[in-house]
Design a protein around this ligand. Structure first.
Ligand code: SF4
Length: 302
């Protein structure tokens, strides 16, 4: 049977007809499109998983301050607050892990784009910390990553995963949808529940604009990763509880694409609208430009 899927409906049919999970369908998709063996596909994913784990460790173990000063170790600040958090310690740790990875990204550390660098915290933050809390092994995590990749492929084929073309809904929204679906499979849910979780996650951030202050992937990006982690966990819970998405996953993806196309260019990573255009956002951008100019002037003199 052809294992190539482009929509959630096709993915569902493949899983049903072959009696396989989304993660297995993703591996078979990879086998069909490339010349890699199953072992090679797994080795590559294992490497991604290791990099993801390292980025969480790095983010939590050291204080991260970016050149702009906009990133200032918020992951650890939240972590210290965990015992008092209304979210509870487990979810707070998940969110802090997501923030830690994006802080590493903002300070030029090594991360895995999942699906992009700007949204790189959600997938590892949620899945790795959840696995750690539940003492799940790496095999389970690898399967979850394959599941997430299937959802990412469908969104990329039919809409967009980049803030520059679809706004933040496409970037952190896609990361959340991938994570929610993977989390459902990790927790023993069905294919339909995975697709429902992904749909609900995207619906929750429909219309979210991309408006990075001073054009840096720092503010509001790190906190959007925090929100994305909560969104993914919430939607996996909703799907597993039996709540369904009224709008099917494929229709949500197309709708997200259309909303992205309607978005003014000022709201698609150009740093001309939204939070980037607030008085404070503009002041930060001005300050950054001045510092860059002074640095270039001084280095010329040297
Ligand atoms: S605001 Fe833009 S740059 Fe920042 S995470 Fe969202 S899509 Fe990426």
């Amino acid at each position: 049977m052809n294992m190539i899927f482009s929509t959630g409906a096709e993915l569902f049919d493949i899983c049903k007809e072959n009696n396989i999970t989304i993660s297995e369908a993703a591996v078979r998709y990879e086998l069909e499109i490339g010349e890699r063996t199953r072992g090679e596909i797994y080795s590559e994913m294992r490497l991604n998983l290791k990099t993801m784990k390292d980025s969480i460790k790095q983010g939590i173990s050291s204080k991260h301050v970016s050149v702009s000063g906009l990133v200032s170790d918020d992951a650890n600040t939240l972590l210290e607050f965990a015992p008092e958090s209304v979210m509870g310690e487990n979810l707070t740790k998940i969110v802090a892990s997501a923030m830690a990875v994006t802080e590493v990204n903002a300070t030029m550390g090594r991360i895995v784009a999942a699906p992009t660098a700007g949204a790189s915290g959600i997938l590892p933050g949620v899945l790795i910390e959840y696995a750690h809390q539940r003492r799940l092994d790496d095999e389970m995590l690898l399967k979850a990553l394959f599941n997430a990749s299937a959802i990412g492929v469908i969104i990329a084929k039919n809409a967009s995963i980049a803030g520059a073309s679809g706004g933040c809904q496409a970037e952190t929204g896609s990361a959340s949808a991938m994570t929610a679906s993977a989390l459902v499979e990790m927790r023993g849910g069905t294919v339909a529940q995975s697709l429902d979780a992904a749909a609900m996650t995207l619906k929750n951030v429909m219309g979210l604009v991309c408006d990075p202050v001073a054009g840096l992937v720092e503010c509001p990006c790190i906190k959007r990763n925090a929100l994305g982690a909560v969104n993914a966990v919430l939607c996996s819970d909703m799907a597993l509880s039996g709540i369904k998405s009224i709008i099917p996953f494929d229709e949500v993806v197309i709708s997200m694409r259309n909303v992205g196309r309607m978005m003014h260019p000022d709201l698609r990573e150009t740093a001309k609208g939204g939070l980037a255009a607030t008085p404070t956002g503009l002041k930060i951008a001005e300050q950054m430009a001045k510092e860059k100019y002074d640095l270039a002037k001084n280095s010329k003199r040297d």
